[in-house]
Write a protein that binds this ligand. Structure first.
Ligand code: NDP
Length: 367
């Protein structure tokens, strides 16, 4: 078995205080397991929350696999790996296949791993680019499910979302466009607003008559508070806006909920502002709005693998037809450093770009 490297933690806390790098030998491959070599992994906000101990999904801490004195868990939840060994009794996987994770909590920030077949889903090697494959199962999947599972959207409908430039937000824009749905996207105000605006406008390759409207949270609050003003701004006084997607929570969520159509849904999937969600009673009583939450990790636990497979195939088809591109990302090489100190220093270098503020650029480690 090769010597492998992993970013691990033995207790919860601030990532830079608790993360360390291990070099160790993997245990032997059993007849029912698959040996993986990770190719690319992203750093997502939920990975950080997990290390901090504030994420409900906690990976098991163990000594056995790593031969450490303290029990540790490998950080990371998402990534793409190549199969480099297959146990005799395993069906459906071959050496050379690419795989993504089927469940959250696998521990992907490592060079190699041994997986059970039910923990991974096969994708055709090279069928999509590495960055898209590495980020298929969290942000893209979340965007896909939220657009599909709450409201039966019709062509020409509008979806309003905050965190429009987040990884999930960019996927929402593109998948919606591919399905003929308009999006209204709020982002925080910034000096390069126009650049971000045009980047978001250019995303996706769906129907050309769908609209991608970008507005700052501040403008939404100060200039377009009232519904008539807002509808005038988007240029469609009859706009049907049955779905809102909330990445940020706090005041920003209240503002987007204000513009939902009667009986619309606000789906909360993030709280980037770290502020609570405040819902005026009038939104429930007079606007009949529905406020629900979405968690991809739970969806994966509670839905049959066949539904997961169908979603992966749909997403891959969108990527192959250039309707869904990879997020704005920066690729970093990791894993060639020789000692643990160097490996950790290189990891921190990348981590600093991902947290606390990614500036809308996903950091990807290529291994
Ligand atoms: P990214 O790192 O790609 O983007 C982060 C986004 O949050 C950017 O739009 C950024 O905007 C914005 N942001 C950062 N800090 C703040 C702040 N203080 N106030 C307002 N906006 C802020 O993130 P992801 O797309 O990977 O994830 C976004 C959120 O979605 C996270 O909370 C994540 O945990 C959650 N998520 C939830 C899932 C679920 O199943 N529930 C699945 C996937 C993600 P700016 O450019 O202005 O900094």
């Amino acid at each position: 078995m090769p010597e492998v490297k992993a970013v691990v933690y033995g207790k919860y806390g601030q990532p830079k205080e608790v993360l360390r790098v291990l070099k160790y030998r993997l245990p032997s491959l059993t007849p029912t397991s698959v040996l993986l070599h990770f190719l690319a992994i992203p750093i997502n906000p939920s990975d950080i929350n997990q290390i901090e101990g504030v994420y409900p999904l906690r990976p098991p801490f163990t000594r056995e696999e790593f031969g450490t004195e303290d029990a540790v868990a490998v950080a990371g939840n998402e990534g793409v790996a190549e199969v480099i060994g297959v146990g005799d009794q395993v069906k459906g996987f071959s050496v050379g296949d690419w795989v993504v994770m089927s469940k959250a909590g696998f521990g992907t920030w490592r060079t190699h791993a041994i997986a059970k077949p039910e923990e991974i889903a096969r994708i055709e090697p090279g069928s999509i680019d590495l960055a898209s494959a590495a980020t298929l199962t969290v942000n893209n999947a979340t965007a896909y499910r939220m657009l599909k599972d709450y409201v039966k959207l019709k062509k020409g409908d509008y979806v309003i979302q905050n965190g429009g430039n987040s990884g999930v937000g960019q996927a929402v824009i593109q998948i919606a466009k591919a399905w003929g749905i308009n999006t209204i996207n709020t982002i925080r105000d910034r000096p390069d607003f126009e650049q971000v605006n045009s980047r978001l406008q250019s995303l996706g390759g769906g129907e050309s008559d769908t609209k991608t409207i970008v507005i700052s949270d501040q403008d939404l609050e100060s200039k377009y508070r009232s519904k008539p003003q807002f509808l005038k701004f988007i240029g469609d006084e009859k706009a049907n806006i049955p779905l809102g997607l909330n990445c940020v929570s706090g005041d920003s969520a209240t503002m987007i909920a204000k513009h939902l159509s009667y009986s619309g849904y606000l789906v909360t999937y993030g709280a980037m502002s770290r502020k609570p969600l405040r819902i005026p009673a009038s939104m429930l009583i007079f606007d009949d709005l529905r406020f629900v939450g979405y968690w991809m990790a739970n969806w994966k636990e509670t839905h049959p693998i066949q539904e997961y497979r169908e979603m992966l195939d749909d997403l891959i088809a969108l990527i192959q037809t250039k309707k869904l591109g990879s997020f704005v990302y920066e690729e970093n090489k990791w894993g060639d450093e020789t000692d643990e100190k160097e490996l950790l220093a290189k990891f921190y270098e990348v981590f600093d770009k991902a947290y606390p503020d990614s500036h809308g650029v996903k950091q990807i480690l290529k291994i």
